[in-house]
Design a protein around this ligand. Sequence first.
Ligand SMILES: N[C@@H](CCC(=O)N[C@@H](CS)C(=O)NCC(=O)O)C(=O)O
Length: 227
Amino acid sequence: MAELTLTTFDWVPPPPRGYVRDIRVRWALEEAGLPYRVKSVSFKARNAEHFMHQPFGQVPWLTDGDISIFESGAILLHLGGLSDALMPADPQDRSEAVEWLFAALNSVEMASLPWSLFMFSGDTGDSPGWKRFDAFLKARLQHLEPVLAKREWLAGSFSAADILMSDVLRLVDRFDGLAGYPACHDYVARATARPSFVKAYADQMAHFAAADRATSAPKADSREIGR
Ligand SMILES: N[C@@H](CCC(=O)N[C@@H](CS)C(=O)NCC(=O)O)C(=O)O
């Protein structure tokens, strides 16, 4: 099998740590038990090669031999082709996993992302923009709640769709946005208790902590001066 390499930033500021989307790919690779390497690109200076792999200058992307894939959903679909642990073999379950994978990104994250940007910026008062996006997200959660109340995972057994849906909801939960939605909240708790998530989260936190240590380490020059 060709080598799998996940690329993420070398560093990010503390607030998004634990939520950078490379976690979705780390989590999927751990669930599938696929060996992989992690490479870093500069957060502060994004070069032409970075844009060749990810046209918006974002992360993550994955290379599988000569194939380079961006968009976390596309990456998980690709990995699903390599492992039944991510995409069920049964055609009906597989089709459900694919539809929920898109629903996570295109129906739920589409509403949760603007909502969380308002949350991050603290703009949650009386503004019409906030009210509109709060209502938009609630309209999605209101319909997801009865779905998740009836099933453990979205498409039979645990799949890539659950990685994406629970990661999308995890950011809402960070701001207590699942308080009125116990089935959504329990689903996130169930998903993030999986050993593969725990490892992916710890690995991402360690990756960025290592970058902090590298930048705060005394430089060779300053050690020379101190002698
Ligand atoms: N839709 C993309 C979103 C990627 C994304 O938003 N990446 C963030 C990190 S979580 C990023 O690179 N942010 C830096 C930027 O947008 O400049 C995906 O799911 O892969």
